[in-house]
Design a binder for this molecule. Structure first.
Ligand code: G3I
Length: 376
């Protein structure tokens, strides 16, 4: 049954200093608010003070350390130093470890790309997953088992695994991961599958149906959530997408969120727009029953992948280069806090959406949240 209400919620004009994102996210009914962390940041004390704060980030993800090129750069020779360095933080702090990623066409060692036979590829994938997921067994709350298998036109990406095995590589990867680490939540993870409904989303839905029918135990779909300020998908578009994925899997999540400016330096108005765009993501998750959490793809501009990949673009994270919180941070905190206060994800579910921010980036009392209730 669907219930709909409209209610207005006064949003506090300021966020109490002690309210951190994961604490607020959990109070609002999500399972975690997390971040990716990459190895070069580990000896930056200022960065690590924030990264290790479990109230700020209840989950951390190795940005690169668990990828194939890092864990098995030569066949059968496994190394876990980079991934373990991040995993050990989670052990020390009690943060969840969201693991990324087992089978991906990128950061794939050359020796895998030159495998052509189906049987050989299957053995290689089996060994890789058994070793890597076996090494991290019991530590990963979630695993991105297969990453970016689809093209923007909705067709299967012609990667080395697909060329050797067809879509069976996806099914096989999930089966192997489930057998290796039965307690991890197993995800399919991709980008450009946020804005309903493009060819890639349709292709992804068809792929999920096909591999599930073939026995792949897929628990979740991760929408990476990389986007550009002012061009991000709307909350409504993302909710529509998540509703479709929710028909096929137990849970959905935003797994790699960053929202980059396409021209630098930024103005105050640009930063406000970025805050609004982030709010759309968080609001979409809050309003989707199966959305369990949000991970940002690093929280600090200093370590963002964007400038390296898109020269001239960047400042995509929640903290600026001086480790000051941006308007996007304070706005997200305000939204989570208002959602928590309203008990929005407790049955009967009522969800609140903040749609605007004040000039200082903090939602003003005048920026009343429009709230819609969706109860199932
Ligand atoms: O490790 C080498 C180092 O030895 C060398 O000196 C240096 C010179 O450029 O490169 C280093 O490798 C870089 C690696 O990150 C580790 O820092 C690669 O050049 C660089 O391309 C690589 O970028 C990573 C990218 O994935 C690769 O596609 C980013 O850090 C990482 O954040 C990014 O993450 C991906 C997700 O896994 C999947 N979704 C998209 C997301 C963004 O691209």
């Amino acid at each position: 049954m669907h219930l709909s209400h409209i209610l207005a919620i006064s949003v506090a004009a300021a966020v109490p200093g002690l309210c951190q994102l994961d604490k607020l996210a959990k109070a609002a009914g999500l399972q975690y608010f997390g971040t990716a962390v990459d190895n070069p940041a580990l000896n930056n004390q200022g960065y690590m003070k924030i990264a290790r704060d479990a109230s700020e980030f209840g989950s951390i993800t190795p940005a690169n350390g668990q990828k194939w090129s890092n864990t098995e750069s030569s066949q059968g020779r496994f190394s876990y130093g980079s991934g373990d360095a991040i995993a050990n933080i989670a052990k020390q702090t009690g943060q969840q470890l969201r693991c990324h990623t087992l089978v991906w066409y990128n950061q794939l060692p050359g020796w895998v790309s030159s495998v052509y036979s189906r049987d050989q590829m299957q053995r290689i994938i089996t060994s890789h997953i058994q070793n890597v997921a076996g090494h991290y067994k019991g530590q990963c709350t979630h695993w991105d088992v297969v990453n970016e298998a689809m093209e923007d036109d909705g067709k299967y990406r012609q990667n080395p695994m697909y060329r050797a095995m067809g879509i069976d590589y996806i099914t096989h990867s999930f089966k192997t991961a489930a057998a290796t680490d039965p307690n991890a939540r197993l995800y399919y993870n991709d980008f450009n599958i946020e804005r309903c409904c493009n060819a890639k989303i349709n292709g992804t839905l068809a792929m999920l149906k096909a591999v599930k029918a073939a026995g792949a135990p897929i628990h979740g779909v991760g929408m990476q959530g990389h986007s550009r300020v002012g061009k991000s998908p709307s909350k409504r578009e993302m909710k529509e997408t998540m509703a479709l994925f929710s028909e096929l899997v137990d849970e959905v999540a935003f797994t790699e969120v960053d929202i980059r400016h396409t021209k630098l330096p930024t103005s105050a108005a640009d930063r406000e727009q970025q805050a609004i765009d982030f709010l759309e993501v968080v609001g979409a998750c809050l309003e989707t029953k199966k959305c369990v959490g949000i991970t940002v793809w690093d929280f600090a501009d200093q370590y963002s992948w964007i400038p390296g990949q898109y020269p001239g673009e960047g400042e995509a994270c929640l903290w600026d280069k001086n480790y000051n919180k941006k308007p996007a941070y304070t706005s997200i905190a305000s939204l989570l806090q208002s959602a928590a206060s309203a008990g929005l994800r407790s049955p009967p579910t009522t969800t609140a959406v903040a749609t605007s921010v004040g000039a200082n980036g903090i939602m003003t009392a005048a920026a009343l949240a429009t709230a819609t209730a969706v109860a199932k």
